[in-house]
Design a protein. Structure first.
Length: 422
């Protein structure tokens, strides 16, 4: 069976390799030649390719030629849905163009995995109908940095299509899972509109848990400041997470959440709520708390920022273990600090830099840690005499406080100052 994928980004490249390893004639199409020359492969994809190398080499074709998809029984579409900052909404113009080009190459079943704004499927299905294409919206809950498991370990699969098309796609998915001996997750055939809202609401709920944890973190930091004794937000959150009605996942205080999915999907849903007359106060509060958390290090260090400082920010990707800086709140923080007139250097072990971690730290007066990379655990050994403060905003926390020199103050997210400020 021939199956094609349009859009060779992280998810698209993962899916083409899964299809090829399953023994299908897998065609990966992207109009950008650079995307094909050096595809984005996270650690899970690299491991997968290594394991199924011979099958993938035999069955995978990457091309810029749309005509190669002719004869495909299924075409998975995973092109970018950009975010319009002015309109505060996801846009589908790239996706619409891809579907129109796809319609020139024969009848097939289209499975759209790209995240859609509310109501977009009505337009996309109309494009497909005009070309005789079957339409299914099947978003997946992506865990950045683990694309293969995002599909095979999905908590659920949702198929936004009519019953006939939904059944066809479900059988195709079931075949894939069976080939790799993976457990088939709960699968729901629903309307495309229900599928759109399911994906957006799921991401909004994850955002809510993250912001709630950070709100509790800010509360405990304030209590510590007033009472003069540590109250650990993450201990409290760990305790309440034992209640199955609450759960412990995504419930840790740290830095603001970022990336290319959660923040923009949240804003998109807020905009859609406003447009249809539904009141998004809760979602707006989640967004507000996250924006405020981005600036918390500046408030914490206020007394030290009365003059230009040499500041080092550790962790520029939006989370540990990946090299993706899209939507990174750490990068946003760096820009805020620069606007205030400070000299800011940064380091992330996953992002190429010209200087090593010790070189970056030796001249730093203030250090802000935003991602829990193991390399940051022993930064206390690398701090120079000029260093006055280390702010650990990771959820672990990652910095070993025992290694921090006595002349350096330490602030920990969810607790506050670990040592009296000098």
């Amino acid at each position: 069976m021939k199956v094609s994928v349009i859009g060779i980004g992280g998810v698209g490249y993962a899916m083409t390799n899964i299809l090829a390893a399953a023994g299908f004639n897998a065609i990966g199409v992207d109009i950008n030649p650079k995307a094909l020359e050096s595809p984005s492969a996270d650690a899970s994809v690299i491991r997968f390719i290594k394991r199924y190398k011979s099958k993938i080499t035999e069955n995978l074709i990457l091309t810029t030629d749309y005509s190669q998809i002719t004869g495909s029984e299924f075409v998975i579409v995973v092109v970018n849905t950009d975010f319009d900052e002015k309109q505060q909404q996801l846009t589908t113009h790239i996706l619409e163009k891809a579907l129109k080009m796809l319609g020139e190459h024969g009848q097939t079943t289209v499975i759209v995995m790209s995240t859609l704004p509310y109501g977009a499927s009505s337009r996309l299905k109309a494009i497909c109908d005009a070309s005789g294409l079957d339409y299914c919206y099947s978003p997946i809950m992506v865990n950045q940095g683990n694309y293969v498991d995002s599909f095979f370990k999905a908590p659920f699969l949702i198929l936004g299509a009519n019953d006939e098309v939904g059944q066809k796609v479900m059988m195709f998915y079931a075949q894939l899972f069976q080939i790799f001996r993976e457990t088939f997750p709960p699968t729901y055939i629903v309307s495309a509109l229900t599928a759109e809202l399911t994906k957006l609401i799921a991401n909004a709920f994850l955002s809510t848990k993250l912001s709630y944890a950070n709100y509790v973190g800010g509360l405990c930091e304030k209590v510590n400041q007033i009472e003069g004794q540590p109250v650990d937000a993450n201990l409290i959150l760990h305790i309440i997470g034992n209640d199955p009605r609450i759960g412990s996942r995504f419930l840790k205080a740290g830095f603001a959440f970022g990336g290319g999915c959660l923040p923009r999907d949240l804003k998109s849903l807020i905009t859609s709520c406003q447009q249809i007359g539904s009141h998004p106060e809760l979602l707006s509060a989640v967004d507000h708390v996250n924006a405020e958390r981005t600036r918390v290090p500046i408030k914490v260090l206020e007394k030290y920022l009365d003059q230009p400082r040499a500041i080092t920010v550790l962790g520029t990707a939006y989370k540990a273990g990946i090299d993706d800086e899209r939507g990174s709140k750490s990068v946003e923080l760096i820009e805020f600090l620069k606007e205030l007139g400070h000299s800011v250097s940064s380091y992330d072990p996953n992002v190429p830099r010209t200087k090593s971690l010790p070189d970056i730290l030796k001249s730093a007066e203030l250090v802000i840690v935003t991602t829990d990379e193991q390399e940051f655990t022993e930064i206390g050994k690398m701090l120079g005499k000029k260093c006055q403060v280390v702010c650990d905003f990771t959820i672990t926390p990652i910095v070993d406080s025992n290694l921090i020199p006595s002349h350096v103050n330490l602030f920990t997210a969810g607790v506050g100052w670990q040592r009296p400020e000098k």
